[in-house]
Design a protein around this ligand. Sequence first.
Ligand code: ABN
Ligand code: CU
Length: 648
Amino acid sequence: MSIDIETETVVGVTHPLDPLSRNEISRAASILKDGPAAAESFRFISIELREPEKELLRSGAKTVREADAVLVDRAEGRSYEAIVDLDAGIVSKWTQLAANIHPPFMLDEFAEGEESCRKNPEVQAALAKRGITDMGLVCFEPWSVGYFGEDNEGRRLMRALVFVRQEADDSPYAHPIENFIVIVDLNSGEVVKVEDDQAIPVPSASGNYLPKYVGPARTDLKPISITQPEGASFNVTGNHVQWADWSFRVGFTPREGLVLHQLKFRNKDTERPVINRASLSEMVVPYGDTAPVQAKKNAFDSGEYNIGNMANSLTLGCDCLGEIKYFDGITADSHGNPLTIENAICMHEEDDSILWKHFDFREGTTETRRSRKLVISFIATVANYEYAFYWHLFLDGSIEFLVKATGILSTAGQKPGEKSPYGQTLNNDGLYAPIHQHMFNVRMDFEIDGPNNAVYEVDMEIPEDNPTHTAFMAVDRLLETEQAAIRKTDSSKHRFWKIANRDSKNIVDEPVAYRLIPTDGIQLAAGDESYVSKRAQFARNNLWVTAYDRTERFAAGEFPNQATGADDGLHIWTQKDRNIVDQDLVVWYTFGMHHVVRLEDWPIMPRQNIGFMLEPHGFFDQNPTLNLPSNENRTETTTTETCCTTEK
Ligand code: ABN
Ligand code: CU
């Protein structure tokens, strides 16, 4: 047996849940090119691991390495799904998708689409009429055309928003060319339409944030250095991580970015399953402005653009601080070549202030224990915005999913002197940023002490018999079917949801459980009749629970790009109204940020935190962290006292 120093895996041994290696991606592509995708016109949207069936994995039986691939034949404009058996070297399934199905953008198409616009004579002439002639400074932002009731004749289309920089590293978002849109056929590269409506002077005031524009940096902040003289407390073997009582496997897909598999917590020498698989399943960013260009802005950053493909290579000291373990993200370009996003995932420990404390005022003694969290994260740039996604695992069994939204507002132009009621005017030069929402859905295949779980809604209730007028209590209500489990947050009832295993009881004979604290539990503001709401029905409600089906992966469906929303997604699957009591079930939580823009969000937005918590709720028999040392952070002490224990 030999160990690869770089990856710490046993050479030649791959866990069935490990993402495809570069070699496996190349092999999948060449098997397809030698088979049904031989024509030069085929492009690869994605090539990723086809995860083995859960039951097969659980049984310990040998699994086959398989790839799921999505392709488009640019010549005929049709898309295909393929399964490639990498062990046998064959294409085991090849399916032509319906003509109205349009897979996400490929990475290469961002640049290709922009180039198609830039070199088009009609675009050049229309911009020249607006006084814009230096095409090198014009930015065509490659948004999807979305769906607004039109017949696009089966074409995959890009709807470019247009901005113009004043010099190469100027921020384009300060200078929108309002009422100017270019529609491009992504397959042919043809400019299909130039929408050149009422010209508004392009705002010219700068929106730059680079040091060379904003001047010298302040010098009063002293360095904070994070040191872990004995190294980090995690052990990593390949993609398997063990930290404190937690263990899990790290995954990465083009669509979701970071995936956590087989998350378990060791308790009294038993590895207890908590979540089998957790990931971002979809996003939508709808804008509330009715202005012609703005009303069609609604980005499904996962399903339209494959947010994992847009993951950044992270940098020590900037994106992550401390003793870091990085994982690469491996994906494919449009020709099926493997593409490594180096250091796409960062993992490190962070101090987290106190975990618990008590000062015994009678005895004059104090016990304090510090909290720390394991942070596993990735950051994606989706044109103007950055989204940093963090899973936080805490010593007491709590889990947090946190999104930090930063980057640059998607802006619009108005006549100088006017103030759109649909956004925040940002300067006196015609620039504003429309109101919008950032809606996220996280899919969690729970497995609390085993696959069969149930979900309760817990509300505060005031009993009728309330002689003291002080009564309130928490009342559990079992959610029995998929329809009954389509729920909204209700802060007036202090609502939360509990995922329980009714066959596994705690010390007081109650089902062990985790609770989902529905913070940031907002809903879609766009009306139900709007196209975006029909496509993003997952965001009309906060909680959805489905009976496990491996084909139900993404909240807005497998292929939401240009989709109507009538065929796929949570709202369709839950029409089956399956039983979800003591079943293998999946919990989907929708949360978000209602972004009423403020001046401070310009020219670059200080991060806004959005997320939710999962906390053990009777999962343990008592606080599981009594065994924490009191002196772990002591540096030097001259007394016999440790810093977190003071005895009389
Ligand atoms: N945020 C919408 C988007 C994503 C990728 C590329 C262009 C636009
Ligand atoms: Cu925003």
